[in-house]
Design a protein around this ligand. Sequence first.
Ligand code: SAH
Length: 272
Amino acid sequence: MAPHGDKSHAAEEAAVSQAENSPISTILIVIAMQTEALPVVNKFQLTEDPHSAFPSGVPWVRYHGIYKDLHINVVWPGKDLSLGVDSVGTISASLVTYASVQALKPDLIINAGTAGGFKAKGAGIGDVFLASDVAFHDRRIPIPVFDLYGVGLRQACSTPKLLKELNLKVGKLSTGDSLDMCPHDEASITANDATIKDMEGAAVAYVADIFKVPTIFVKAVTDIVDGEKPTAEEFLQNLAAVTAALEQSVTQAKIITWFSGTSLKQLTTMWF
Ligand code: SAH
């Protein structure tokens, strides 16, 4: 490598080290559905930003405020402009994450939301999981290396002490753009060794990885995928109660309080 290349590498390492050691100050919470977002918004007493940094005309919504010296931002992709339903799924999640990272330069991303759980892997309704890693289950490209690109396996920022203190469950998260599960998806989810299944996590991780923003995934189980009840019915039945559990985990002097005054380095290493 050219000498000035080494120098810029050293400068880059110094910048990374500085970023790791300074306290986390801006947190971006990406949430797909309004029902999931509002309890968190209310708890932190966040206010909607009418002149958000997002381009005009987009449905994306940002709520923000300060809590325990932390700049908290909740963003959700809003309602579909023509159909009026929540813009769930990977495309909206990655777009809103990209725009938020550009505008807000967060130190940490939290992707919070609901998920389906597999009882065979130990999930139950209302359980709140921290994902250890995330991958896609509906991007099958059977060509060497493209297959791995399709799966898009990425690690969550490891927070061992947080996990222990908050008494959350840990498991792998698999993401796809459908609420149901076809046999092909099921095979990929098994290959991903997933305990929970959602429609956004791996997409948020893809964007976060491009910009090297550490990310954690907090997912509350609304429905049991390998259970008796149809997923959509069970999801709607449990959504309100489970989002309350999710809000408690994300707020209530729990996860967020842990980040106050904490550097990334402390978050990822010192809490063993
Ligand atoms: N009918 C719902 C649609 C929600 S789609 C409505 O009233 O709007 C499901 C949302 O919850 C997605 O954001 C997804 O991430 C999550 N989710 C919950 N259970 C899921 C499951 N079994 N599979 C995939 N995503 C699930």
